[in-house]
Design a protein. Structure first.
Length: 447
């Protein structure tokens, strides 16, 4: 990769940084892009990243032991009652359902709790009562959980929104106890970060119950899947990867612009990105943009349905998009969370397809079919022939945002009649038919 500066000189450095408030400058990146597939898509299982020390997948199916497939620190199940009703179907294969207020699991040996990250999938069965619901904690204190007033987190660092009932969601909690800092990610999006004061503990961890196993106050009414411990602070990109859901046949994604955080709020246009896709409209259900490379948003009203988007309004709502087709025709619109140009509310993510085929969109607490943005058929009129389509993004700042998250374009192929669903490596073949070649150019400037 090579970068070109604003006067055309080449540099072999991988990156350059520009100070906010300085003279406007720009860098360009040109590279061959690849279709994105998470490890979950490629392997049909959960994602793991470097530094994993313990992994509880709860695929045991019977008995009173949950195996730790990485560290051998198995968890013993207590007070679940007779039978195997606690072993249920999870987001990946099996899961552990906490069937009563006395039920809990505990690691056989201590788990290091000084510098760590823990990733887990949770499904809440009911909202907590007057007591907090503790989900994961070392003995000696109550750490990760939620209550009636806020969502999942650790002590004072928590998601402001409660988890959804009956829906599998991924959470990643990172802790540097010495520095007194913690972060909370929900389905790959950073939801909270701040200071936290935790005691030094080297004890066994309790799952689904408060640290005092004889006290049923604070028991978790829900299920857990894929509890993973790491011996370091995972990066934001890794937290996004850990939240990857099982394969979604026919859906391919391409990274248009990687996340940028300028630290302070820029003004006006501060970044542009351009990418070229090969698209055959006759073989494509829909094309849309998203901050994730898969459908990830969920709703308790339709637990089996996945959405484009995430839980909060994103800066990726705040850009202009120009689409150019192989015939030289163009269309430019402003994407600002609405179905009417210039209005500040609503959802829009889908830029091509039919409303019946396209997925719905979640923005904050707004779920629904308001995602289909076709500007009275104008977008579909642009997608007329098979060929290379150019998508030009121009990022504008609105509100107090200091940057923008990853921006992907997703495409979904029309299933052929009588064919089986494709997953894993076969998804590459499907994706290449939709996004045959792509080229990325990203320009970032400070204003």
């Amino acid at each position: 990769m090579q970068y070109n500066d604003s006067v055309g000189k080449r540099s072999s450095r991988f990156a350059k940084r520009w100070l906010h408030g300085g003279e406007p400058q720009a860098i360009g990146l040109v590279s061959m892009a690849m279709l994105w597939l998470s490890a979950a898509s490629a392997l049909g299982g959960p994602v793991t990243v470097a530094g994993i020390t313990h992994q509880y997948s709860f695929n045991d199916g019977s008995g009173v032991t949950a195996l730790d497939s990485v560290g051998g620190n198995n968890a013993n199940l207590q007070n679940f009652g007779v039978g195997n009703s606690q072993w249920i179907t999870g987001i990946f294969d099996g899961a552990l359902n906490f069937t009563n207020a006395n039920a809990y699991a505990m690691s056989t040996s201590p788990i290091s709790s000084n510098l760590f990250s823990v990733s887990f999938w949770s499904r809440s069965n009911s909202k907590p009562n007057s007591n907090a619901s503790v989900i994961l904690t070392p003995q000696g204190d109550n750490w990760i959980g939620y209550d009636q007033g806020h969502g999942i987190g650790i002590k004072s660092v928590f998601d402001v929104n409660q988890p959804l009932k009956g829906v599998w969601e991924n959470y990643v909690v990172t802790v540097d106890r010495t520095a007194g800092t913690a972060s909370v990610y929900r389905d790959g999006a950073l939801r909270a970060a701040g200071t936290v004061s935790l005691p030094a503990l080297n004890t066994s961890w309790v799952f689904g119950h408060n640290q005092d196993t004889g006290n049923t106050n604070g028991s978790y009414d829900g299920a857990l899947d894929e509890v993973q411990f790491y011996n370091r602070i995972v990066s934001p990109g890794e937290a996004t990867s850990l939240a990857s859901r099982p394969p979604q046949p026919g859906t391919s994604a391409h990274l248009v612009a990687p996340a940028q955080n300028f630290g302070s709020r820029p003004t006006g246009q501060y970044a542009t990105a351009s990418t070229t896709f090969f698209i055959d409209p006759a073989q494509t259900d829909w094309v849309g943009w998203n901050r994730f490379p898969d459908l990830r948003g969920v709703s308790f009203t339709t637990p089996g349905e996945l959405y484009l988007g995430t839980y909060t309004p994103e800066v990726d709502d705040h850009f202009d998009l120009k689409v150019s087709n192989p015939l030289g025709q163009t269309l430019t619109v402003s994407l600002d969370r609405n179905g009417v140009l210039g209005a500040p509310i609503g959802q829009q993510s889908v830029v091509f397809g039919s409303a019946s085929a396209a997925p719905d969109v979640v923005r904050g607490d707004n779920f629904g079919s308001g995602s289909f943005f076709n500007e009275a058929g104008a977008f579909n009129a642009i997608f007329t022939v098979a060929g290379n389509y150019t998508f030009d993004f121009s990022f504008q700042n609105i509100g107090g945002d200091a940057g923008y998250p990853d921006v992907y374009l997703l495409a979904h192929t029309i299933p052929e009649p009588g064919t089986m669903s494709l997953a894993g490596v076969a998804l590459f073949c499907v994706g290449i038919a939709v996004l045959r070649r792509s080229r990325l150019r990203l320009t970032v400037g400070c204003c």
